[in-house]
Every structure is written in structure tokens, then in C-alpha cells.
Design a protein around this ligand. Structure first.
Ligand code: WQD
Length: 339
């Protein structure tokens, strides 16, 4: 298939490009490089030995979208382009609604104009909010606790309404849990622009000597060691979920959400211990209070993705930490000044 990948130069997008090309799909990227660099696509081209058409632009730009649609004529779109920082979303709610909701709206209009009927959407487990029960299945109530989560849920609802109104359209809503890890080549990985918000890139930067210690946000949760537990998923497994979703979209209509996680969860202390094993380095930690908005535990019931899309995570916790460490050690400054 011909697949337009918005946000294709990002962390998850870039890994997905490689998996798509490995399965014979043709890809085209639209990215505004607000949190990515063109160097990523250079590396994807080298790794795949394949062609990546790319356009620089924003999903809110209708003229740019028409130009891309006309030039590439996609059969489907994978829509990653969006903002994802929970804290920032509280400070800049209108920006988050603009990029994540109006951006998706703009994309759907352009797809309609071009007659493109299939979309895979980068959603988040954060749409569920405080757990009523765990593991979350897709029927769990959705009640996001952050503006970021609200924008993901609003986009899901828009996509669902779009498919209901137009027979022949498909929206696969992938609710990611906590993506971590890097490509086995060590050439692609997560490269946060500022101080990492997320646990794994922070630990990796401590291990490589860029930061002194990990701050553990709370040790008084109702979990075995008191630290927060999450369902971490290897980014390559996550990338493969998009290929499975594309295959699913070929012979399914309508909108359908899928949890993309492993079904296992690990605490902050588990992650530190696993990273110490992988890197052979000690990760100093210091304790702080709970981070606002955090919950004790998140865990996916990922059985729907397995039953209906034939997708299942295969990477272990050690694969996640070892690949993160290999990427961080080979690219201590991320994509900048590494070659
Ligand atoms: C994991 C655990 C922290 C940093 C966020 C978004 C979510 C999703 C992924 C996309 C928690 C603890 C963290 C640190 C710590 N994104 N921690 N010290 O909060 O589960 O999810 O990213 O959709 O929407 O909310 O991930 O990696 O920030 O935290 O102790 O420096 O690590 O308290 O228990 P989170 P995270």
C-alpha cells in the first residue's frame, strides 16, 4: 500500500517507516520537525535502502496536505503528528487542541478531498484516566485527566463519527501504553529535545553521565515496592502494530480502538534495576514526592489486538533496556553531532 505517515520523522514514526518498508509498503512522510530532525529520515533511508518521499509541513496546512495527497496518492494515512507532553498541555491547552484536534480535522478534510478512506491513529492509553479496573480493556470508561488526554479522546471521537457517516471508511485507533526502547541498529531511538519527561530516556541520560540522578516520583503508591507501575512496550513492537493495523484496515470498515501494550507492568525500581543490568552502570536515584496527575498502575489487556489483528508484543523488558542503552551509548547527544 501507499502510506502517508504524518510525524514520520518522530520516535515512533521513524521505527514504523522501517517496518512498513520491510513489508513492501511505499511510504511518504509529512513532518514539521517541531520535535524531530531530517537526519532521522537520512538514517531511515540508509537502514532500509529504500525510498522515503518527504514533505516539510504542518497537518493544519490544508494547501500543503492537498499538495502531498496529489503528489503521493496514498491508500492510507498513519497519523502520528501531534503534541504529547502532559504538563505542557495544561499550560497551553489551545495549542494542544489546535495541533491534536484541529490537525486531525484538517487531515480528514484533506483525505476526503483526495478520496483516501483509511487512517491509523496514534492514540494513547491516557484516554482511560483513573482506572476503574485493571488491566484496562477497550471497554473501560474513558475519562482523561489531562488536556493532552482530552485532545486524544476528542480526535478518536471525531474519527469515529467520520467513519459512521461515510461507509467504506476505516479508523484504527491505537491506544499506546508506554513506548520505550530503540532500533537494533542503534541508529534510531528516542531523542528528547529538553529534559526528558519520561522515565526511560531520563534513566538512559543518567547512565550515560548527562544527568546526575533519577528523581523517583513517589514511593508510597499501593504497589509492591511503592513506585508507579507501567506497561512498557518496545517501540519496534509498537511499530509492528501499525503494520498489523494497516492489514486489518484493508478488510474492515468503521472505527475500532485497540490497546497496544504487553499486558505486563513494571515499577520504577524494576526499570532502574533492569537498566543497571543492561548497562553495567549504577543509576543513582533520589526520592521526591508524587508527580501531579500520576496514578499507581497502568496495565493493558492487549488481547483484542492479538485476536483481531494478529499482533502481539514479542520484546522483553531486557530487550527494551538493552536497546535503549545501546542507542544512548552510541548517540550520547541524540541525532545532533553524532557523526
Ligand atoms: C513512568 C513512571 C512516573 C520520570 C506518560 C504520559 C502518557 C504517555 C507516556 C503518550 C511513573 C515515574 C518518571 C522520572 C519517575 N504518552 N517517573 N521519575 O506518566 O506513565 O506516561 O508518557 O501518550 O500519556 O502520561 O510515563 O515515563 O513519565 O512515567 O519516577 O523522572 O516513572 O512517576 O510512575 P507516564 P513516564
Amino acid at each position: 500500500m501507499r502510506v502517508l505517515v504524518t510525524g514520520g520523522a518522530g520516535y515512533i514514526g521513524s521505527h514504523t517507516l522501517l517496518e512498513l518498508m520491510a513489508q513492501g509498503h511505499e511510504v511518504c512522510v509529512l513532518d514539521n520537525y517541531s520535535n524531530a530532525t531530517p537526519e532521522v529520515l537520512t538514517r531511515v533511508r540508509t537502514l532500509s535502502n529504500g525510498q522515503v518521499t518527504d514533505f516539510t509541513g504542518d497537518v493544519r496546512d490544508a494547501n500543503k496536505l492537498d499538495e502531498v495527497m496529489q503528489a503521493f496518492q496514498p491508500d492510507a494515512v498513519i497519523h502520528f503528528a501531534g503534541l504529547k507532553a502532559v504538563g505542557e498541555s495544561t499550560e497551553k491547552p489551545l495549542l494542544y487542541y489546535d495541533v491534536n484536534v484541529a490537525g486531525t480535522l484538517s487531515l480528514l478534510h484533506a483525505m476526503d478531498r483526495a478520496g483516501c478512506k483509511k487512517i491509523i491513529f496514534s492514540s494513547s492509553a491516557t484516554v482511560y484516566g483513573d482506572p476503574v479496573y485493571l488491566p484496562y480493556d477497550e471497554a473501560h470508561p474513558t475519562n482523561p485527566t489531562s488536556v493532552y488526554g482530552q485532545t486524544k479522546l476528542a480526535a478518536e471521537k471525531m474519527l469515529t463519527a467520520w467513519t459512521s457517516a461515510q461507509p467504506g471508511t476505516t479508523a484504527v485507533l491505537l491506544r499506546y501504553f508506554n513506548p520505550v526502547g530503540a532500533h537494533a541498529s542503534t541508529r534510531l531511538g528516542e531523542d528528547p529535545k529538553d529534559v526528558p519527561n519520561n522515565l526511560m530516556p531520563f534513566i538512559a541520560q543518567v547512565a550515560v553521565g548527562k544527568r546526575e540522578a533519577l528523581t523517583v516520583f513517589g514511593e508510597d503508591y499501593d504497589t509492591p515496592d511503592g513506585t508507579g507501575k507501567r506497561d512498557y512496550i518496545h517501540v519496534v513492537d509498537l511499530a509492528r502494530a501499525h503494520v498489523a493495523a494497516l492489514n486489518y484496515a484493508v478488510d474492515h470498515e468503521g472505527a475500532r480502538p485497540f490497546n497496544i501494550g504487553t499486558g505486563d507492568s513494571y515499577s520504577v525500581r524494576d526499570m532502574v534495576a533492569a537498566f543497571e543490568r543492561a548497562s553495567g552502570r549504577t543509576i543513582p536515584t533520589k526520592l521526591a514526592g508524587r508527580r501531579a496527575g500520576d496514578i499507581a498502575e497502568m496495565q493493558a489487556n492487549a488481547s483484542r489486538a492479538q485476536t483481531e489483528m494478529g499482533w502481539k508484543a514479542t520484546h522483553t523488558l531486557d530487550d527494551m533496556t538493552a536497546s535503549t542503552w545501546a542507542w544512548q551509548a552510541a548517540n550520547p547527544n541524540g541525532y545532533i553531532n553524532t557523526d
